[in-house]
Design a protein around this ligand. Sequence first.
Ligand code: MV4
Length: 449
Amino acid sequence: MFHKVLVANRGEIAVRIIRACKELGIETVAVYSEADKDAMHTRLADESVCIGPAVSTHSYLNIPAIMAAASLTDAAAIHPGYGFLAENAEFAEIVIESGYTWIGPTPESMRIMGDKVKAKQRMAEAGVPLVYGSPGAVRTVEEAKAVAKDCGFPLIIKAASGGGGRGMKIVHSEPSLPSAFSICQSEAGTVFGDDTVFIEQFLEEPRHIEVQVLGDGHGNIVHLFERECSIQRNNQKVLEEAPSPSISQETREAICAAGVAAAKAVNYEGAGTIEFLLNPDQSFYFMEMNTRIQVEHPVTEWITGVDLIEWQLRVANGEKLAFTQKDIKMKGHAIECRINAEHPFKFTPSPGKIELYHAPGGRSVRVDSAVYTGYSIPPYYDSMIAKVITHARDRQKCIRRMQRAIDELAIIGITTNQELHKRLLANPGFQAADFNIHFLERWLKQMID
Ligand code: MV4
């Protein structure tokens, strides 16, 4: 195993990775910005290197500074976490070419999946179900009109270099198509440096279901079942669970098999996630693949017993998976609530000093966080400050346990979305698992009236 890993991230995921390294006897290097001198990841790592000022473009996104830190500390491998440089194929290539191990998929897999048009073409070849739409890029308004004739309205225009809900435009009828197309295309050019767009039928009431996969670079790829991620707002997930309460066993087998087929089509190595949209009739379609560890990985860890960060490290080190698909069993139900430093209903950020932090505990409660009493949340980064994860034999017991855990959580000094979670967990529609990707926004809207 590597003697030393550099963690190119901050917050709870940096702490999660440092903890996994410690358990494997790997030394750790944290990199931190000037705003993160007192951050938990800076303190928990064996060594810490300041890589620049608070603004992330000058620190956590500063490739030369991160490479210098790796050289200075003689790290053997780099783990990117999520966000920041995690899905930057060029960074992965620099890491590898500089002689370090990249703890992630090959730059080649990252490039294909990072280009949504290329990804869809590869998925089509692999027999993964796709939403009806343009066979590839759409270059002109005339072409867009022809595609619209074929797939009808509403439709959605997406940037090939977008993803995670960025660079998309929904079009409800013919008259608004030309301007929507031109705007989407030019915005894609300015935001992503690539004006390639494509068109799909717009699914109106889907659920968001994603499949966790793990590949070892020796030809072994397994799935670790699915997560239900429909409870979101502005493309930001608020609560996730595993397994999905909304699919039949038959659909589960089909969607997980599609996830494995998708990963195999790019010879995937490491931990990855295939996002699908699920229609009310249980038909499902590939959306995109996230070539990184995700925020919500703990719910999968809990229902399968597999330590995903440990396996990211092991497969990056060249080890084979020690289990096959039939060894992976699903046990019970897990839910994750994302605790954000923001107003619970207005969603305005609330940085500042945490006067008191008390994490919940007790049976089957896990808290992944990087805050502590006396810590000041800097205003420069993501507002997520903790993840509360619970596990139980079934969904109802898991919800009850989460209600108990959220009640126990105490954060004083800043505003958090704790109250949103309390109301959500008590909502009959949530409890009955009667929801789709629009549930949270519709519920918030009618709460204001
Ligand atoms: C869609 C869609 C409806 N129809 N594509 C948003 C994130 C990105 N992964 C894909 N997204 C969507 N693609 C078609 N053809 C609706 C969304 C979408 C969405 C998907 C999952 C979770 C939240 C969402 C919020 C808005 C839009």
